[in-house]
Write a protein that binds this ligand. Structure first.
Ligand code: GRF
Length: 195
C-alpha cells in the first residue's frame, strides 16, 4: 500500500516495478489525504485509490482511525509513505510501525520536515540526498533503512536539485520494497541508527 499527496512519481516507479513479472510485491491500494494527481496512476491500473481528508474529521486521532480503517480493508504487509505531506498521527504509527516506511529527500538526520531540499540549499550543503526510513513517533526521526547521496551543484535551484534527488529516490525506494518483500531487509531489526 502506498500513501501520497502529490504528483506520485515515486508511486509510478513502484507501480511500474510491481507490474514487472517476478517482482516480489504488489500494490494493493493507494491512499491520500487529498485529491492527489498521482492517484490517477492507480486508477488507470484499476488499483483501489482512496482519500481520507483530515478536514473531514474532528481531530488527528479521528483522522488516523479513518485512515487505519481504509488501510485495513486492503490488509497490506507494508505501508509506504511516498510523498505523503502529512505527519501521521500516533495511533497510525503505533498500529503499523515498523511496517510503515517513508522516503525523505535529504540525508536524515539532516534536514527533517517539509522543506528538506530548500533547507539543505539554505545551509550551503555541498551534498544531500535521500533517506528511506521506518516511520516512528517523531518527524523524520525513524531508523534509516537506506540512503543515497547527491552532490549539490553551485547555483542550483530547489526544483532542479529536488528533481535530481528524485531520480535516485525512485529506484532506491523500489529496491527497498523489493528487499523488504524478499526479507533481505528485516524491518523489525532496523530499530537503531546505523553506526
Ligand atoms: C519526494 O521527493 C518525497 O521524498 C517528498 O516529496 C516528493 C514526492 O514526489 N516527500 P512524488 O510525488 O513521488 O513525485
Amino acid at each position: 500500500m502506498v500513501l501520497i499527496s502529490g504528483g506520485g512519481s515515486n508511486l509510478l516507479a513502484l507501480l511500474e516495478a510491481t507490474g514487472t513479472p517476478g517482482f516480489p510485491a504488489q500494490i494493493v491500494a493507494v491512499g491520500s489525504d487529498t485529491d492527489a494527481p498521482g492517484l490517477d496512476y492507480a486508477r488507470q491500473r484499476e488499483i483501489p485509490a482512496f482519500i481520507v481528508r483530515p478536514g473531514d474529521h474532528e481531530n488527528r486521532p479521528a483522522w488516523g482511525d479513518a485512515l487505519l480503517d481504509q488501510i485495513a480493508e486492503h490488509t497490506p504487509d507494508l505501508v509506504v509513505s511516498a510523498g505523503l505531506m502529512r505527519i501521521l498521527p500516533p495511533n497510525v504509527v503505533s498500529a503499523l510501525s515498523p511496517r510503515l516506511i517513508n522516503t525523505h529527500p535529504a540525508l536524515l538526520p539532516l534536514y527533517p520536515g517539509a522543506h528538506a531540499v530548500r533547507d539543505a540549499l539554505a545551509a550551503g550543503a555541498t551534498q544531500t540526498g535521500v533517506t528511506v526510513h521506518i516511520i516512528d513517533a517523531g518527524v523524520d526521526t525513524g531508523p534509516t533503512i537506506r540512503q543515497a547521496t547527491v552532490d549539490v551543484r553551485p547555483g542550483e535551484t530547489e526544483a532542479d536539485l529536488h528533481e535530481r534527488i528524485k531520480t535516485l529516490e525512485r529506484p532506491l525506494l523500489v529496491d527497498v520494497v523489493r528487499d523488504i518483500a524478499t526479507q533481505k531487509i528485516i524491518l523489525e531489526e532496523h530499530n537503531e541508527w546505523p553506526s
